[in-house]
Design a protein around this ligand. Sequence first.
Ligand SMILES: O=C(O)CCC(=O)C(=O)O
Ligand SMILES: [Fe+2]
Length: 345
Amino acid sequence: MATIFSSLPIIDLSILAEISPGEQDLRDLSQRLCDVFASTGFAYLVNAPLSFSHEQVFGLANAFFQIDETEKLKVAKRTFVGTNKNTYRGYFPTQPSQLDNLKEGFEVGPSRAPRQAGLARHQRFDLSEPNVWPIGFGHGRPQLESLHQQLQSLSGTLLSLLAVGLGKSPDYFASYLTDSLSTLRMLHYPPQQQRTPTTSQDPRLCCTPHTDSGILTLLHQDPTGGLEVLNADGQWISAPYVPGSIVVNIGDLMARVSGGRFVATMHRVRTSSASIDRPDGMGRLSVPFFFEPGEDCVVRSVDGGESIVYGEYVRRKMNTWVEYMDVPGATLDARVRNGVSVKAY
Ligand SMILES: O=C(O)CCC(=O)C(=O)O
Ligand SMILES: [Fe+2]
């Protein structure tokens, strides 16, 4: 459970850009990250070692979501378009019945698809499948591939800092990097015209409360705002846009790996009036990166005890995510109405 907080801390990563950062500086950063992940589970990272500006990141998302729906559907996951080959990567359209979760998205994995794990053969979903790219995205592909690589590398650095803070050697999480399945997801929350909630739920949401299920998430959010994080008092604390920052948070699996020292904090996105009023009429854009180990990676708590294989963990989770359910004769919307949840890593 997160502690009582009223705003998210800011962590400066500028020392990571130095050619040889001082050992004490690295130890201090390690400690700071661990303290924050043990209290809020969420923070803003500033001066992260990335070559991409926010304008470039949201320029990519904007370019993708401007593509004609017909072309986007050609790269939709098979759950949405039964004749498509891609089962895990690709596009998912908005589901009109999901009024408090109204978003479309596009997901890519590493540019060189990871080696298919032994246990993956004959499975319905291929977690190691290659990425799919829509016609009309042109220069977006190499840029998104490069963004994925840079966020993967930053995640590796953060993991080694966390390892040290957890009393382990810096390479303790090295096995998590082998054939890593990390997902870079671009999200578009279309502007919602009606300001009044359509259900009894207040306020109106565009992403329902959830914890991320994996290791750690690095989120670019645009200036629209609306992200909120739950503190131990049950209050939703606003996490507004901080220029140039990336929001980082811990997932359920990392909370387990840390032996309960870190918290996976509940968060949601509130429909912001800024999204309706935006001059470009685009709504909200966000770009989360979910660091994920490889399918065969054995994950266990730093304190020892039972282990799980990441591929089995994620496939079990997928059984509860509507995008991956296959109910003959039922439209996706009908399945959502029957009460299954949508994916959150
Ligand atoms: O769009 C956002 O700001 C948050 C998205 C999110 O929490 C998720 O995709 O897990
Ligand atoms: Fe999330």
